[in-house]
Design a protein around this ligand. Structure first.
Ligand code: PHE
Length: 510
């Protein structure tokens, strides 16, 4: 007998889960500095355009694909034409790599939540930067210092919290869509909004916060003519909305038949961006306070993502007039909550793929896949060269994972299978807001053209760095290995798929 497909309990449950996937580490630690570096207040315009012309349209494409085929990525794409199944597997591969390193950052955040209580980093004579890189991560000099080499070890302080993170993911996915994923998000997301709200209120009432906000919002309109600013805006939107990974295909496949797809997509898209803006306000208010304290300009306080959360922030927390332990804990707890709900959605991609395409039970899928990725992450990532692996994986995923996968999937849907009109009609069927030509043009034309341009620029830049052995070229070599590995995986799976029987209920004519 056919198994019933799992379903969300309520529409709110689905929206919370989709928002939980979108709202993640990227909102809190990536958006603020990307926005700042790319024109501050003026960045918001390209960002909004990217949201409307690419983010929400692609989100809708994934919703309709998943909802229509009632299956996760490999099958959903296979329904377009057989060879397209490879796109789904590629997204599975990307999700696996992303999960492995994304979880590590959540593990650091969990450890830092603990450190906050005792302000452990304050005892370190050489400051929070030395504390993070040398004492916590124990980063080595060499890119290739794996644990089995002379200079490498496995760092328990990074590894054990990571075990905890994977145990939570295991439990949530094992419990299933409604009792696991939906339940976690019903608790985590409202809690996150409240806790983060408290942080932001505290931040904007600090002395000097106004200067920070000015730095953030003062537009540099010259930035609008700079192509890298537009690329940054599109890249941020893709990462932030969790699109191009097959996540939304899987999540939408658990919706009931009569679901308002467009309404949900707009809600999720705007909720995510609102949270992002809120994070920008909070972070810059705090940087303003820091600048005020040290008597230096705000721009000297701005650092990249990892530095911001794990180096600058601990220092700021310790310098607060009162409540250091409380607000430090709050901040890192927010990172953990935001990160976990995203991680769960990422891991659901391979789990759902094995269920739908290979016909595995949920239990078997979760034990094999969560166990496998979790074990790999726990064994390999907390090594002394872990940060290099993480950086390389992140670079590879951001460009070749998300952008290329998104481009290929759009070309398959819009140009090869020419399914946009059908997907539009499907989405419009039970939706409050109807999709029309604007959606088709955004998705079929603007987004792919932009993605092509983005990929061309990124590839050219990277090959140039590797060829000339400029700083960081070793890292990019790692990155290329990962990127080619992903492409090879997708090709192998496309070939294998000819021999793997489709499970009951997932046949091509079903
Ligand atoms: N959207 C998440 C964030 O902002 C990250 C993420 C990307 C999650 C891709 C899932 C898939 O951090």
């Amino acid at each position: 007998m056919l198994k019933q497909r799992e379903h969300w309990g309520t529409r709110a449950g689905f929206i919370l889960a989709a928002a939980g996937s979108a709202i993640g580490l990227g909102n809190i630690w990536r958006f603020p500095y990307v926005a700042y570096e790319n024109g501050g207040g003026a960045f918001l315009l390209p960002y909004l355009i990217a949201l409307l012309t690419a983010g929400i349209p692609l989100l809708l494409m994934e919703y309709s694909l998943g909802h229509r085929s009632k299956a996760s990525a490999p099958i959903a794409y296979r329904r377009l034409f057989k060879a397209a199944e490879g796109i789904g597997w590629w997204q599975v591969g990307v999700a696996v790599v992303l999960a492995a390193y994304y979880s590590v950052i959540i593990g650091w955040a969990a450890r830092y939540a603990g450190f906050s209580i005792t302000q452990t980093w304050a005892d370190n004579p050489d400051g929070t930067e030395d504390f993070f890189f040398n004492r916590v991560l124990q980063i080595s000099e060499g890119y290739w210092d794996f644990a089995w080499t002379e200079n490498g070890t496995w760092v328990g302080g990074v590894g054990w919290p990571l075990v905890g993170i994977w145990v939570i993911v295991f439990i949530a996915l094992f419990a299933g869509v409604r009792r696991g994923i939906e339940m976690v998000n019903r608790i985590a997301i409202p809690l996150l909004v409240v806790l983060f709200g408290i942080l932001v209120v505290r931040a904007v009432t600090l002395e000097g916060s106004g200067a920070g906000l000015n730095a953030f919002f003062t537009p540099d309109f010259g930035a609008l003519t700079n192509p890298t600013v537009w690329i940054a805006a599109y890249a941020q939107i893709f990462f932030s909305l969790s699109i191009g990974f097959g996540i939304m295909i899987a999540y939408a496949s658990y919706l009931r038949r009569k679901s308002d797809l467009t309404g949900s997509a707009l809600t999720v898209g705007f909720a995510n961006s609102s949270f992002e803006l809120l994070a920008g306000i909070g972070v810059f208010a705090i940087l303003g306070y820091m600048a005020f304290q040290s008597g230096t300009p705000v721009d000297e306080q701005v650092t990249g993502s990892i530095g911001l959360a794990f180096v600058a922030f601990p220092e700021i927390v310790s310098a607060l007039p009162w409540g250091s332990a409380f607000f430090g804990f709050l901040f890192f707890a927010c990172l953990v909550l935001a990160g976990l709900s995203s991680l769960i959605s990422i891991v659901q991609v391979p789990v759902a793929a094995a269920q739908d395409r290979l016909g595995w039970s949920r239990q078997k899928s979760v034990i094999t896949i969560v166990g496998g990725i979790g074990a790999a992450a726990v064994l390999f990532m907390p090594m002394t060269n872990g940060l290099y692996v993480l950086d390389a994986a992140d670079g590879a995923i951001e460009n070749f994972g998300i952008a290329l996968a998104a481009l290929v999937s759009i070309i398959a849907v819009a140009w090869i299978a020419r399914k946009l009109p059908q997907l539009r009609d499907h989405a419009n069927r039970w939706s409050s807001i109807k999709l029309g030509w604007a959606w088709m043009i955004s998705l079929g034309l603007i987004t792919p053209l932009f993605l092509m341009y983005m990929l061309f620029q990124a590839t050219r830049e990277r090959f140039g760095i590797v060829a000339n052995r400029e700083e960081g070229w070793e890292l990019l070599r790692f990155g290329f290995i990962i990127a080619f590995g992903l492409i090879a995986f997708a090709i192998v799976m496309t070939i294998l798929s000819r021999f793997i029987k489709l499970p009951e209920g997932m046949e091509d004519d079903a």
